[in-house]
Design a protein around this ligand. Structure first.
Ligand SMILES: NC(=O)c1ccc[n+]([C@@H]2O[C@H](COP(=O)([O-])OP(=O)(O)OC[C@H]3O[C@@H](n4cnc5c(N)ncnc54)[C@H](OP(=O)(O)O)[C@@H]3O)[C@@H](O)[C@H]2O)c1
Length: 323
């Protein structure tokens, strides 16, 4: 019988989605003896999963509960097939992205601060904030208290499962959407990443939703930040290393752009790191995939892949094929 290791942290009632013909083995990060399993569903928290790995024997297939699997190949080596939970994060991460864009353009960080100070008249700080970040210093009446997303040009860097969900959620805002991926295609038009430098200056909002790979490391660096419009909103829902953190800090401190990031480099971000205190930045501590709906969805994705594996059918979400 196929032995499938699952995270001890998962609620037992969620396991009913896995096929009945397998033997389920609870894997905690406090194992003190070796365990023989064929298939491993690692804990979504990579640090816990990495603590368990040295005690696992016989693993041929890893079914990750996450879309981002960058820590797994280096941990398990090349002789194990790895599948990700493609699609399991679409809704939560796309909703985070929309929220981050709207919260930034509606100046919610400033208004939270004003609410905490209980000073209504501080609302006029928004006008100065708008002038400083956009460079638009014309006296607008009534004073600017927030901006609009509708009609803006949005550059979506990464047009995979989550990128497409972000596009679906952006539809009511009638933005002009420019899409970028590795491979160009038509209907809808997707530009190749080599056109990024030409597209960056066109957008007022730039969304990053690509995997963390050698090619995407520092995809956004100092020269590319310099190509952005004054006051562009850069949204990183992908992974911290996709942006050169030092260059981002400099661009924020220089008042060139604003940003909303769910991911940082490094993670966890140390308390003394300058990014925490950058102006015009909305930062959440890597929460984009974590909702109550996530685990059932991720386990259902793993279960479907496991059924294909047991039937000898091709797997759908392979990110590394065993050699
Ligand atoms: N913030 C969070 O909590 C959170 C949650 C979930 C996921 N994520 C991150 O989001 C990433 C994307 O997830 P997904 O499910 O949408 O992945 P996906 O379906 O595999 O799509 C990835 C997209 O990135 C593009 N891409 C890959 N390498 C590229 C490069 N060098 N330059 C330009 N584009 C490139 C791909 O291009 P092609 O279409 O041409 O292949 C594809 O469009 C994950 O890998 C993960 O790191 C973050």
């Amino acid at each position: 019988m196929l032995r499938v290791g699952y995270p001890a942290t998962v609620l037992p009632e969620l396991l009913s989605v896995l096929p009945a013909e397998v033997e389920l083995v609870s894997i905690s990060d406090k194992l003190d003896e070796d365990v023989e399993i064929d298939v491993w569903i690692p804990d979504p928290y990579s640090t816990r999963a990495m603590r368990a790995w040295p005690h696992l024997r016989g693993v041929k297939l890893v079914l990750a509960m996450m879309a981002g699997t960058e820590w797994i190949p280096g941990t398990v080596g090349p002789h194990v097939t790895i599948c990700n939970a493609h699609g399991a994060h679409n809704i939560s991460t796309a909703e985070w992205t929309l929220t981050a864009i709207l919260a930034s353009l509606k100046y919610f960080p400033l208004y939270f601060d004003i609410q905490n100070s209980a000073k209504w008249t501080r609302r006029f700080e928004a006008d100065a904030h708008y002038a400083a970040i956009t460079g638009d210093r014309r006296a607008v009446y009534p004073p600017v208290m927030q901006e609009e997303l509708t009609g803006k040009t949005v550059l979506l860097v990464g047009y995979g499962a989550i990128g497409k969900e972000i596009e679906r959620m952006l539809e009511p805002f009638r933005v002009e959407l420019l899409r970028v991926a590795r491979t160009p295609r038509t209907e809808p038009e997707v530009h190749p990443v080599k056109e990024l430098d030409r597209l960056l200056p066109k957008a007022q909002v730039i969304i990053l939703i690509v995997p963390s790979t050698a090619e995407t490391r520092h995809l956004i660096d100092a020269p590319r930040l310099a190509l952005m419009q004054q006051g562009t909103l850069l949204v990183n829902a992908a992974r911290g290393p996709v942006v050169d953190t030092e260059a981002l800090v400099a661009a924020l401190e220089g008042g060139k752009i604003r940003a909303a990031v769910d991911v940082t480099d490094p993670e966890p971000l140390p308390p003394e790191h300058p990014l925490w205190h950058c102006p015009n930045l909305l930062l959440t501590p890597h929460i984009g995939g974590s909702t109550p709906e996530f685990s059932p969805r991720a386990l259902a994705t793993a279960a479907a892949e496991l059924c294909r594996y047991m039937r000898g059918e091709p797997l759908r979400n392979v990110v590394q094929a065993a050699i």
